[in-house]
Write a protein of this length. Structure first.
Length: 220
């Protein structure tokens, strides 16, 4: 009787009808998930989303795997779901560059009530503005590629997706896509191969992609 997206229906099965609200409805279809293990603090998230909406800078306490604890002044621009965790896309005022920051590593955030300069707005973020088309096919080393074609509902043995550049590396890593030019990674671990690997040229997050060789820094 009603049209629903697959994302919405699967969310209902995972969280319950009512999008997780306790409506005391009986679960008719058992459903378990291994995702959403990393969840951001809602108070911190509230500060950041208000700053994004009002275009105001924030000061945060951040924990980095590479450099440890630090205090940063950020111009928060957008949220991004990598499939494994949530990130904040922001301009790092100290390092003078756009970058990704894991929401769960922001342990404290304070609104500075200072407007974000034009040069630090989302419109000035070249990587965010860049849309990358990924064309993926079953790994040529697979004996039964039809199974992978079914997984991704491929048409004529290929499927493509358009994605913002900062998310590309995360997606390719999550899907274990072989991004080598000669599909040389083990097909048992990498069921997909990126057919148009040249599309990753200049994509900073591509450092995260399996088999992709680059010296560019991806994220924090």
């Amino acid at each position: 009787m009603f049209e629903h997206t697959a994302d919405r229906v699967l969310t209902w099965f995972r969280s319950g009808f009512g999008d997780g609200l306790d409506l005391k409805l009986r679960c008719t279809v058992p459903c378990e998930t291994a995702s959403d293990l990393v969840k951001p603090d809602l108070e911190t998230l509230a500060v950041l989303t208000r700053a994004i909406a009002n275009k105001r800078q924030v000061k945060v306490s951040y924990l980095s795997v590479a450099s440890g604890a630090s205090t940063k002044t950020l111009s928060p621009l957008a949220l991004a779901d990598t499939g494994l965790r949530w990130h904040l896309r922001a301009y790092d005022c100290e390092r003078e560059r756009f970058a990704d920051f894991s929401l769960t590593r922001i342990v404290k955030a304070k609104n500075l009530n200072k407007p974000i300069p034009d040069a630090q707005q989302i419109e000035a973020d070249a990587q965010w503005a860049r849309i990358v088309r990924l064309e993926m096919v079953p790994h040529p080393g697979l004996e039964h590629p039809k199974a992978v074609e079914a997984d991704f509902r491929m048409e004529k043995g290929m499927f493509s997706i358009d994605m913002r550049a900062p998310l590309v590396g995360y997606a390719l890593r999550r899907w274990s896509v072989d991004c080598t030019t000669d599909h040389s990674l083990d097909c048992k671990e990498h069921h997909l191969w990126l057919r148009n690997h040249q599309t990753l040229y200049g994509v900073e997050s591509a450092t995260l992609a399996p088999g992709h060789s680059s010296n560019e820094k991806a994220d924090e």
